[in-house]
Design a protein around this ligand. Structure first.
Ligand code: SAM
Length: 233
């Protein structure tokens, strides 16, 4: 698929508009978000997952909360550059009674740091395709993870053509509001192919991570941080 893919069309990085953030927060992402958490847990079988987890581009914290509920032994810092998204995220964290274990904070990558350093686990869902420079995610993640940290990135994959992108919108979002259908189409066009993500990891020197297609529209990047990225890459 990657050899035939059409050229990426970047979309705005931050989702700062209040109505856009509200529509995203209120959308029913139960199926893909539960799948994301299931894949995360299946990546490290054999016991409970514990430690300090950083969720990059947490948005309205739907996955953040699902992760916290599925992994009672983790504490989570969720960061996002959008105040509008964090407004809905904090409401979700409070409603779930998780404010003692889940902390949200505004930070714009790459310039603003997360609250901590040396995280045990770094997760990111659907941030990569928003970034104009994908290396921003890989370098930030490597900077704030401890050596040996677990990494789990879940993101959209760019289809082979705009027609296929439109077909995916029809299949998965036909009943959603117009604004969500538009954002989903734009996000599919902005996403990276598996081969592109593999090239990004090689360029930065993150050799412990593996890219896998896990559905007709999602890929994961999973593994362990084995070293610091190549300077200047
Ligand atoms: C599609 S949402 C994903 C939200 C959530 N992780 C999920 O999967 O539902 C992408 C989020 O990344 C945030 N974002 C995009 N670029 C960013 C950057 N450079 N720094 C911080 N946040 C960013 C956006 O504001 C938005 O909330």
């Amino acid at each position: 698929m990657s050899a035939l893919a059409f050229a990426r069309i970047p979309e705005p990085e931050l989702m700062e508009d209040l109505e856009q953030a509200r529509a995203y927060s209120e959308a029913n992402f139960a199926a893909p978000h539960d799948r994301c958490v299931e894949l995360f847990r299946a990546s490290w079988p054999g016991g409970p997952i514990s430690g300090r987890l950083l969720d990059l581009g947490c948005g309205p914290a739907d996955i953040t909360v699902r992760l916290a509920l599925a992994c009672p032994e983790v504490t989570i810092d969720g960061v996002d550059g959008s105040a509008a998204m964090l407004h809905f995220g904090q409401r979700r964290v409070d409603a779930a009674g998780l404010s003692h274990r889940v902390h949200l904070c505004q930070a714009f990558l790459p310039d603003e740091p997360p609250p901590g350093t040396d995280y045990d686990i770094i997760v990111s869902s659907s941030l990569l395709h928003h970034l104009h420079q994908p290396q921003v995610l890989w370098r930030y993640l490597a900077r704030y993870a401890r050596l040996g940290a677990r990494v789990f990135v879940f993101d959209l994959m760019r289809p082979a053509s705009p027609e296929q992108a439109r077909a995916l919108v029809q299949t998965y979002a036909a009943d959603e509001p117009e604004i969500l259908q538009r954002d989903f189409y734009n996000s599919l066009c902005a996403a990276f192919t598996k081969a592109e993500v593999e090239a990004q990891l090689t360029q930065v020197g993150l050799f412990g991570l593996t890219v896998e297609e896990v559905s007709d529209r999602h890929l994961t990047v999973r593994g362990v941080i084995q070293g610091r990225p190549i300077a200047g890459a």
